[in-house]
Ligand binder design. Sequence first.
Ligand SMILES: [Zn+2]
Length: 102
Amino acid sequence: MDSFIELYRAGNLMEANAIKGALEQDGILVRLLGEALGGAAGELPIDSQEIRLLVQRCHLDRAGAVLRRYQQNLAPWYCSDCGEQNDGHFEVCWRCGGESGN
Ligand SMILES: [Zn+2]
């Protein structure tokens, strides 16, 4: 019931902490593993900055949803009405007010 499994591998500590924060806002317990943290020594190559995010198995589905939401918030999207590119944090097109259609 307490087993942690890998949810995601972040390319750097900043990304890992941002995702960790989003998960914790949702009440999901997160563990970070990686060379840059000074923990889990010897598990990863010495030059690796990759950070592994672990969540409890029972939270995996919910954590996956939070992760997808986080990634969608970063990715720009294109308005299906006018074709304008919008930053990920806009919910409607800044130009014509159309919705992303996602
Ligand atoms: Zn538009």
